[in-house]
Design a protein around this ligand. Structure first.
Ligand code: FAD
Length: 349
């Protein structure tokens, strides 16, 4: 899958634009490899402008197999190693998938389309998640999967890349066309469209994902619980402080409001997972726009010393480490991964 081309070897200065999950991982791996890295972010350290701020943070390559191409599984599995290696504190407690008994066909279909899971009966579910005792007759358990809290892990990555010698500049709105020295790695997500029509961004669109954060001390979970739903894969992800994120819709729209219908569906899914969620306090409604190309696959587009990493769609946390590793391999030794590197726009220096 990897081939070699002439790369911009010898360049030591790397400017990365966008400190979301894609740019942060690029900055971390390049800084640890000894490059002189500057990461520019137009927002402030709270990262509210990033899609990454709204994400669930699931690291679930085997569950995602149900609706994704094999390349997502391949890169996702590699990313899990990198999360473990670079952030050893990342929780890998696995994921659970449950359904209503009436949606048994969907449950069996999900089991068939995915791998690396174990079937649990009611007592197996209760021993993993005591709060779910008596709630479901069976579940799929994906023991190798992990999850991170995006709003905690982004500052953690920013601290680590600074420790590794990179500079991070917030409130630094950068136009990649105006950076004339070194290599530019463009990780602006959906905002990459702002710099005009370029082949690298053609067809980039936003896919809305709505989420809700609730809080209750009455349910304890140690891992994401996915609840099969006829329209979407809905999930409940535990966060610190008795908080839970309910996500996520997937709507072909770039509006960032949360509709009543979506809120009802997300809240009903939580209630179906555990009725105690009915008494939870609602802390937040929100929506982010997932940057996606028409095929919903990520792309590393290379145009001389300008590299664009985009289209992470619903897999930014899952794929960012592996994409950073591939970019680094290209810059260091010209290695090309044909599945994600865009040969059409590639003109190596
Ligand atoms: C509700 C929801 C749930 C999700 N759940 C998951 C999940 O569980 N697991 C998973 O893997 N993925 C998930 N995703 C997908 C994931 O969030 C995205 O794939 C990812 O955030 C995309 O990251 P990015 O770094 O490419 O873009 P962004 O996070 O948008 O980062 C781009 C950054 O670039 C900055 N920027 C833009 N223009 C400029 C400029 N000119 N100068 C400087 N900075 C600039 C922006 O301010 C922004 O901070 C979810 C998404 C949503 C919406």
């Amino acid at each position: 899958m990897l081939q070699s081309v002439k790369s911009p070897q010898g360049e030591s200065s790397i400017n990365i634009i966008g400190a979301g999950i894609a740019g942060s991982w690029q900055a971390l791996l390049f800084a640890r490899a000894g490059y002189d890295v500057t990461l520019h972010e137009r927002g402030d350290a709270a990262m509210m402008q990033a899609t990454s701020h709204w994400a669930g943070g699931m690291l679930a390559p085997w569950c995602e197999r149900e609706a994704s191409e094999p390349v997502i599984t391949r890169l996702g599995i590699r990313s899990l190693d990198l999360w473990r290696e670079q952030l050893p504190e990342t929780p890998f407690n696995g994921s659970l998938v449950v359904s209503h008994p009436r949606d048994r066909t969907d449950f069996e279909r999900f089991a068939r389309l995915t791998t690396d899971h174990e079937r649990l009966d009611a007592s197996g579910i209760a021993s993993l998640e005591p709060s779910l005792d008596g709630r479901f007759r069976e579940a799929l358990f994906f023991p190798g999967e992990g999850h991170v809290e995006p709003r905690t892990v982004l500052p953690k990555l920013h601290a680590k890349l600074t420790e590794a010698g990179a500079a991070i500049k917030f409130e630094s709105d950068c136009d990649p066309d105006k950076i004339t020295s070194g290599i530019v790695i463009d990780c602006r997500g959906l905002a990459a469209r702002e710099s005009g029509a370029r082949d690298a961004y053609s067809g980039l669109r936003g896919v809305k994902g709505e989420m809700i954060v609730i809080q209750t001390p009455d349910v304890q979970l140690s891992r994401p619980v996915r609840f099969l739903h006829p329209r979407w894969m809905l999930y409940v992800i535990p966060r610190d402080g008795n908080r839970f994120m309910l996500g996520a819709t997937s709507i072909e729209s770039e509006d960032t409001g949360v509709s009543v219908r979506s809120a009802l569906e997300l809240l009903s899914a939580a209630y179906a997972v555990h009725p105690a969620f009915g008494e939870a306090r609602i802390l937040e409604f929100g929506a982010g726009l997932r940057p996606a190309f028409p095929d919903n696959l990520p792309r590393i587009a290379i145009d001389a010393k300008r590299i664009s990493v985009n289209g992470l769609y619903r897999h930014g946390f899952l794929l960012a480490p592996a994409l950073a590793e591939l970019t680094l391999a290209y810059v260091k030794r010209g290695a090309i991964d044909n599945e994600v590197m865009d040969n059409e726009v590639m003109q190596c220096s």
